[in-house]
Design a protein. Structure first.
Length: 435
């Protein structure tokens, strides 16, 4: 039986999530699955919460066979022959984690990545995406209220707080619901036309973002309807629009029809066309998965045109981009850096081509927090643990010293094994070039 240790998070002072909550860890211990938890001062669940469930609390998990965390583990903390379970952020060849990946290879370790735990149809089973959407939309609406205050608009939106400043999701939703009501009954939003919230994507992240937007009872429209909105009737009212792939790109060849599978298979045959919507949005919340092979969603050229550098309007409608996906210089080209909950936003000043902390400047406010679920740590950890706990007994019982094909892991975990005894598994053999 493999002994499993839950390590304390040390990548960021803001990271307080846990992969297994005390109740689930205690249930595993009662079932004779050897689980221990490393003592931690910042974790959202106190040591005493685990101890009360019968889970041993230890100073170090170095003697455990399997070491579980949420974020990446520092290179200096890695040890030979261990099994590490984490979000490794390596499958795209992310340069900032290649040192860790190389060291895992050198030490002959096993690496299981939560991001790759899927069912037979390839659907992810273990994720924080929904809570990223929840926290991301809260932070984005907070940023909108602050930006409007800088412009001299005294709106109820400025009462919204960043997600991490609420004691719970329920408290956040209750307070935002009251603020939304204040916006409906008279607010400084009058004269702005419709407050259009654009959300890209339709997965778990988008669904979380939409659930917060719904607190404002927005009129839901299709992308094609944006050009004909009744701006007078909708003055100061909230409008929501969700964009799918066919709204964001089109075939480069005239006369060719968009098909989703062809776009996934041959993205080089498509060009981005999202610019046509950008001037009609007050807020853009980006929830799409992106790789460099896909066209960008928002380019610097588009922002230059929108904010007057190329002759655009001096005061465009767009105020805030909530980049929940947070791919630096990726689908949102003005996401030039990731932020944290302590300093979550900057203005990308299109004239100066630089990020300015705060809410003022000639460009959109960009919210690019790269660990949004930790702003709702209790609820995010609970949902994650709910999905993960059933796989842990199989992880503990399976012996990794055998050949990879003989390692009797539950199939969802087996699909997520990037390294087995320091070697890339067949599914991830392409990653060999990264190290």
């Amino acid at each position: 039986m493999q002994r499993i240790g839950i390590r304390r998070e040390d990548k960021s002072v803001w990271e307080v999530r846990a992969p297994l909550v005390p109740e689930h860890a205690g249930r595993l211990v009662q079932a004779q699955v050897p689980v221990v938890v490393q003592t931690a001062e910042r974790r959202v669940f106190a040591d005493a919460d685990y101890a009360a469930q019968g889970v041993p609390v230890v100073a170090d998990v170095a003697d455990c066979d399997v070491i579980m965390g949420v974020k990446e583990i520092p290179v200096a903390a890695l040890a030979a022959g261990k099994t590490y379970v984490m979000f490794s952020h390596t499958i795209k060849g992310q340069a900032y984690n290649m040192g860790m990946l190389k060291r895992l290879v050198e030490l002959g370790c096993n690496l299981i990545d939560y991001e790759r735990i899927t069912d037979d149809a390839g659907r992810r089973l273990v994720f924080f995406g929904h809570h990223a959407g929840l926290a991301g939309m809260i932070d984005t609406l907070w940023a909108l209220g602050q930006r409007l205050a800088i412009e001299g608009r005294d709106t109820a939106l400025k009462q919204i707080k960043p997600a991490h400043r609420y004691a719970s999701l329920a408290e956040a939703e209750s307070e935002i619901r009251q603020i939304a009501e204040a916006c409906r009954t008279g607010d400084g939003l009058n004269g702005m036309g419709p407050i259009v919230i654009g959300i890209t994507g339709y997965g778990k992240v988008s669904q979380g973002a939409q659930s917060i937007a719904r607190l404002f009872n927005p009129q839901v429209v299709e992308p094609a309807e944006l050009a004909t909105l009744d701006t007078r009737a909708l003055d100061g009212k909230f409008v929501q629009v969700v964009f799918r792939e066919e709204d964001m790109v089109q075939p480069a060849s005239a006369g060719t029809r968009f098909t989703l599978q062809d776009y996934y298979d041959h993205p080089e045959k498509y060009v981005g066309v999202f610019d046509r919507f950008l001037s009609r949005l007050t807020v853009l919340v980006n929830c799409i998965y992106w790789e460099p092979k896909y066209p960008r969603l928002v380019t610097l050229d588009a922002l230059n045109g929108l904010f007057g550098t190329y002759g655009g309007a001096p005061h465009p409608r767009l105020r805030v981009i909530g980049d929940i996906s947070c791919d630096v210089q990726g689908s949102i080209e003005c996401t030039v850096k990731a932020t944290d909950p302590g300093n979550p936003v900057y203005v990308y000043d299109v004239g100066r081509h630089e990020a300015l902390d705060g809410f003022a400047g000639n460009g959109p406010v960009v919210m690019a927090v790269d660990a949004l679920p930790t702003e709702l740590p209790r609820e995010a950890s609970q949902a994650f643990s709910d999905a993960l706990v059933g796989l842990i007994p199989g992880l503990a019982q399976a012996d990794p010293s055998v050949a990879f094909n003989d390692w009797q892991l539950p199939e969802p975990l087996k699909r997520a094994v990037i390294l087995h005894r320091g070697k890339f598994t067949p599914r991830y053999s392409y990653m060999q070039e990264f190290v």
